[in-house]
Ligand binder design. Sequence first.
Ligand code: NAP
Length: 483
Amino acid sequence: METTTNHKLADIENHVKSGKLKNSSIQSTNPATNEVVKSFEEMSGSEIESALSIADKAYYVWKITTYEERANLLHKVASLMREEKDALAKLITLEMGKLLKESEGEIDLSANIFDYYADNGAKFLADQTLKTEFGEAIVRHSSIGVLLGVEPWNFPFYQVARFAAPNIMIGNVILLKHASNVPQCGIAIEKLFKKAGAPEGIYTNLLIPGSKVNALLADKRIKGATLTGSETAGAGLAEAAGKNLKKSVLELGGSDAFIVLEDADMDKTVEWAVIGRMNNTGQCCVASKRFIVVEAVADEFLEKFKEKLSALKVGDPMHPDTQLGPLSSEEAAAQIEDQVKRSVAAGAKILLGGKRIDRQGAYMQATILTDIKPDTPAYYEELFGPVASFYRVKDEAAAIELANDSPYGLGGSVFTNDIERGKKVADQIDSGMVFINHPTWTKEDLPFGGTERSGYGRELAELGIQEFVNKKLIRVSALTDPF
Ligand code: NAP
């Protein structure tokens, strides 16, 4: 199913311009050079049918395994990830361009997620005994069947881990459609399951484009679906799930506010601002995207922020000294450059950067935009790359009002030396997560998810294992004569 090609940059640019690149094929393109390194054929209709049928049969065996058996599998996957960390991390960097040390961190985090659900899943899913007038009543957490996961390229292992690990622990089985630009990562994850001894059909990688996803929701063997990605893709999947009366969970975009109050420790705050914006070259749903700083410290923040961003060392993401690598694709770089250009045309000013970096690959300068108004594209659009929007506001109340003026509701952060004040601000921010003195972040034991156009449902922690579960009532009564 795989062919090796070596297209040149001009071919790719032509594809991008004609809009054909994204869905034309499933391929690994190294964004540091824009060379296509490997292409894959889409699965045929009969291959998809076979995957569904095997997954469905596997479910009826998997659902009656014990928590211990499932935990053993998850632990084995986690150990294999750690053993193969170097190769897996290089694969992530090759396919989507994140800095190698960030790829290594992603593998560690993903392995931790597998271990976490192996260690805690049985406890989270334990029977709940209800108080009743007579007899016995328990809520049992049962599996529901084959689930479809649609995942993005920005964290090719972590996004899969947070969906697959809890659901396999429940007794559900997984069909995974990964983003078309990280096919080798998708295949590598399936191989890890095989190596770990997973019975066939417990975890299946579907090599299909996004356009083929929604039709699958009509198949009665699929019982639920999740999508992490754009609003358009999420809305389409939710529509198909709704039409077929199936549960869905959506983890979509975000435009997190990073609020700086006058009592914040400025040097540390600026360091976190750089990490919050630049982690994963700015391509995180929970990246700090809107820097909202109160007037009293706005100049100081901006000066220090600019200094740090302009000092980032650009280079090959495989090289340990590199601090700013490429975006995930030529298309992604072209898109953020276009957002900057449209914002400037609408009156925004560029304080730093603003252009593509003059080298081969999908590189974009670290950028700061100021003078952004509600009719500037950067005000409401998500900026998925190394471009920071800066806003100067009068005071705390104005900061909260601006933070909430967004179609998204994913994360957000507030920097202050007064933690109680920070908590009061957090209470007033309309989003799924608010961090005090840290950019929005993730860990296996913290629930993750958003509100409004950022989606619904939660992943990770105990909440994340409760989404695709049948909370089944089992009632025991004494056998009496009916009335
Ligand atoms: P995307 O285009 O929506 O792709 C995400 C996944 O959806 C891919 O597997 C893609 O497949 C598939 N897809 C695309 N169009 C589809 C459709 N019409 N129907 C069904 N599936 C479809 O997302 P992206 O732009 O690459 O990813 C970035 C977005 O994801 C950002 O908005 C980011 O904030 C969001 N995100 C959210 C979270 C979160 O947890 N909230 C985490 C990470 C990223 P193909 O690759 O084959 O098109």
